[in-house]
Design a protein around this ligand. Structure first.
Ligand SMILES: [Zn+2]
Length: 181
């Protein structure tokens, strides 16, 4: 930061609160600007921002605080993008969640067993592999085309091809109807 820039910042502060001009104050502001690594544009923005929300007498600490706050702003956006590109939930974790939800909703064993059975088959609709949750494709936005796991398996995956009591070990599981899909 140059001396000229410090003087311009101080003049801006004077414009807001009619403070008196003093060379000692210029030196003090310059010292704070150096210690806290202000840039001219950031400090100028901070002075305007301070007076937009506060009637407190502006001190260098206000400027430093507002500059630090503004520098932290981009972080959450970067974190969000990191989350967006994160891997989908692991199947084990997903199935544990499904089981937990099922418990809370009070689903009985008869209801959850065919679901677990369905999860052990490839989904005829989305072709999710055995043990993997069903997926859907994102239609819009910057993740368009990406496959994400969905909470409920596709209905055609849930349909039991052979009633459990009639199933013979070793017999193909798919019925003719299922094959035609
Ligand atoms: Zn599916």
């Amino acid at each position: 930061m140059t001396e000229d820039e410090i003087r311009r910042l101080y003049a801006l502060a004077m414009a807001y609160d009619n403070r008196k001009f003093s060379e000692a104050n210029i030196t003090a502001w310059w010292e704070q600007a150096e210690r806290n690594r202000w840039s001219y544009d950031e400090a100028r923005e901070a002075i305007h921002a301070h007076h937009a929300t506060s009637t407190e007498f502006l001190m260098p600490a206000h400027i430093t605080g507002l500059i630090r706050q503004a520098r932290r702003q981009p972080a959450p956006v970067a974190e969000l993008e990191q989350l967006a590109s994160a891997e989908p939930a692991e199947p084990e974790r997903f199935q544990a969640l499904v089981a937990e939800v099922a418990d809370r909703l009070g689903w009985d064993r008869d209801r959850t067993t065919p679901d677990a059975d369905a999860m052990s088959r490839e989904c005829p609709h989305c072709h999710s592999r055995p043990g993997r949750p069903c997926v859907r494709q994102i239609a819009r936005g910057h993740r368009r085309g990406e496959l994400v796991p969905i909470a409920n398996p596709h209905p055609s995956r849930l349909e039991n091809p052979v009633p459990p009591n009639l199933r013979v070990v070793g017999e193909p599981r798919l019925t003719t109807e299922e094959n035609q899909r």
